[in-house]
Design a protein around this ligand. Structure first.
Ligand SMILES: CC(C)(COP(=O)(O)OP(=O)(O)OC[C@H]1O[C@@H](n2cnc3c(N)ncnc32)[C@H](O)[C@@H]1OP(=O)(O)O)[C@@H](O)C(=O)NCCC(=O)NCCS
Length: 198
């Protein structure tokens, strides 16, 4: 079982088989497909995709849980489908710079938008990527018409150019400072905003 990351508003868990049916329903929505630049997949293709996310060393994904929707106590290793509201991904696919990661965020459930979950998930993923993969530059490719996503990344005070935002190498210090990751063999709050669990 992979790691889970706990923040103030979200818990980020590995993409598990049990998440696939709900994820597949989300990705039939034309608006979400357009916003994320995705192609619709069949259910079987989505199951194959879930496996590939866990096997490919050049990409990493977490399913975002809205902490306020977790029923009962959070159980590490449990899918908590009732609370799944989106996902956050990185791709280390730049041939010239293996320490550059493209980052994507989706909060698919409308009722969980506008509550800071997207922003916290992006910051936690960045801090995770710096610590675990030595990433020093992040990129987000955002459509010009995607006002909410542009606004989210601009709130992180990143320099931008049309369709592409690149974080300066100094940014990870900010992400780490805000994240203050703790690492432990049990769910351990390390006195910071979020903790790492596996
Ligand atoms: C874009 C998206 C990830 C934002 O997630 P979210 O959880 O609703 O955003 P947050 O609540 O964390 O907001 C972060 C900042 O973005 C801004 N923002 C978010 N939604 C906004 C909207 N609809 N209009 C204007 N600004 C918005 C807010 O100003 C907020 O800043 P604040 O913290 O100072 O209030 C979410 O709407 C989404 O998944 N949309 C569809 C998929 C998508 O577009 N993904 C991005 C592909 S690059």
């Amino acid at each position: 079982m992979g790691m889970s990351l706990e923040g103030q508003k979200v818990i980020m868990v590995p993409y598990m088989e049990a998440h696939v049916p709900k994820y597949h329903v989300w990705m039939q929505d034309p608006a979400l497909l357009q916003a994320t630049g995705s192609e619709p997949l069949s259910l079987q293709e989505e199951y194959d995709m879930q496996l590939s996310w866990n096997e490919d060393p050049l990409k990493k994904t977490f399913i975002v849980l809205d902490k306020g929707m977790v029923e009962g106590k959070f159980v590490h290793g449990g899918p908590h489908v009732e609370a799944m509201v989106g996902d956050v991904n990185i791709y280390m696919n730049d041939l010239d710079d293996p320490q550059l990661a493209e980052i994507e965020i989706m909060i698919a459930e409308p009722k969980s938008r506008g509550k800071g979950l997207g922003k916290e998930s992006v910051l936690m993923m960045m801090a995770y990527a710096v610590q675990n993969f030595g990433i020093h530059v992040f990129r987000a490719k955002i459509g010009e018409s995607n006002g909410s996503s542009l606004s989210l990344f601009r709130k992180l005070k990143l320099p931008d150019q049309p369709n592409l935002m690149t974080l300066p190498s100094s940014f990870h210090h900010e992400a780490l400072a805000q994240g203050n990751i703790g690492v432990g063999s049990d769910r351990a709050k390390a006195g910071g905003a979020f903790a790492v669990v596996w």
